[in-house]
Design a protein around this ligand. Structure first.
Ligand code: SOE
Length: 375
């Protein structure tokens, strides 16, 4: 297929900006056979009309069903809050559209399962915006693992650290509202590092964890006090099907940490380390090098040979957060043209959700919990 594909985007806030920018940049920098056409953007607030004008959308609406009904929309891009993903994705798939859905895929694994079934029935492209898989340094980590450079994985440890809700005066916005978000840091932050673990380390079989709510009451944005029902912080241990063990920490109470997404993998022959706050680097230790020159190698992932980098700037000119979305949008445009799937698919979204559900249960019961199988 060549030509243009109409995008219908639902949600016009933080992720709405990231995705709009991604569709534009992907079409220009990657020159895919199918170019994105910013057909219609939707949000509940009438502010969406101004958003459309500023960001270059042809049309805007406050009713998401209009997006699904538009015959010129081929891809429905969902970046509205978590409790809307299920209904919109299923309606879009049933209307024969491809669907790109923000993370976490759903409020829980029952919803995610229904979304997977709808995706399979439709035969249409489906993907989840776990954008960190498209950080070139993380894609390189996967390449090094596939090349056998660290051998069997023994440990995966990951941290996702933020501090934006520490002030008790921060209102109970949707990411802190259980009815809208489903969970706190589990769905919002663990989802990212669990997906990276699925991508890099393998399948998690069981988990045990603890979580905390540090501020128990907050003001609602529309006024009035409300009890906080989502976890501010969560830590869990896990066992992998391949024998590895891991631990994960996600918190919005790590003073000074803004978007610290960090992991380390220790394998038989070597180790890998990544920190999003220095996202052009991948650290690699190779124990098979002669002892007298062994040490951690800091690879600057901006050479043409590195994943995605031949589409961006010359070596030394780093790329950033927004490019991870552009890289994924480009993969979607190529995959659609070639009739191929584009990971992470809804199946990957479900696998992640099953781990998240197990983590929530483990934190609630204080017990080890087995992760249910996707199939
Ligand atoms: C939370 O603060 C958040 O915006 C997440 O929801 C995003 O997925 C992450 O990329 C940045 O942090």
């Amino acid at each position: 297929m060549t030509g243009t594909v109409g995008i219908g985007m639902i949600g016009a806030r933080f992720m709405g900006k990231a995705h709009t920018n991604a569709w534009r940049q992907a079409s220009i920098f990657f020159d895919p056979p199918l170019k994105a056409r910013l057909r219609v953007v939707c949000a509940r607030s009438p502010r969406v009309h101004e958003f459309a004008r500023r960001w270059g959308w042809e049309k805007s609406t406050t009713d998401w069903r209009e997006v699904i009904e538009d015959p010129e929309v081929h891809i429905v891009d969902i970046c509205s809050p978590n409790n809307t993903h299920h209904d919109i994705a299923i309606a879009a798939l049933e209307a024969g559209k491809a669907v790109c859905c923000e993370k976490p895929l759903a409020m829980n694994s029952e919803e995610a399962r229904r979304m997977v079934e709808a995706a399979r029935r439709s035969g249409k492209l489906h993907t989840v915006w776990f954008n960190y898989r498209r950080v070139p340094a993380i894609a390189l980590a996967r390449q090094l693992i596939e090349e056998g450079r660290i051998g069997r994985v023994y440990h995966f440890r990951a941290l996702y650290l933020q501090d934006w809700t520490m002030d008790p005066a921060v209102p109970l916005v949707w990411r802190m509202d259980k009815q809208v978000a489903g969970s706190g840091v589990t769905g919002d932050l663990h989802s990212h590092i669990v997906d990276l673990s699925n991508y890099l380390a393998g399948e998690i079989e069981s988990v045990a964890g603890v979580s905390r709510i540090f501020v128990s009451e907050r003001e609602r944005p529309e006024g009035g006090r409300a009890r906080v029902e989502i976890e501010d912080a969560s830590v869990f241990l896990c066992q992998y099907a391949n024998g590895a063990i891991g631990h994960f920490e996600a918190t919005r109470f790590a003073n000074g940490r803004k978007n610290g997404n960090i992991f380390e993998i220790n394998g038989e022959y070597g180790s890998l380390y990544f920190n999003l706050e220095d996202m052009s680097r991948l650290w690699y230790f190779d124990s098979r090098e002669p002892k007298h020159i062994q040490g951690w190698k800091r690879i600057s992932v901006w050479e043409e040979v590195h994943p995605y980098m031949n589409r961006w700037w010359v070596p030394g000119c780093a790329i950033g957060y927004e490019h991870t979305f552009a890289n994924q949008a480009a993969d979607v445009l190529f995959a659609l043209a070639e009739g191929k799937p584009v990971p992470p698919t809804f199946e990957d979204g479900l696998k992640c959700q099953l781990v998240l559900d197990a983590v929530l249960e483990a934190c609630q019961t204080g017990q080890w919990v087995k992760v249910k199988k996707a199939e």
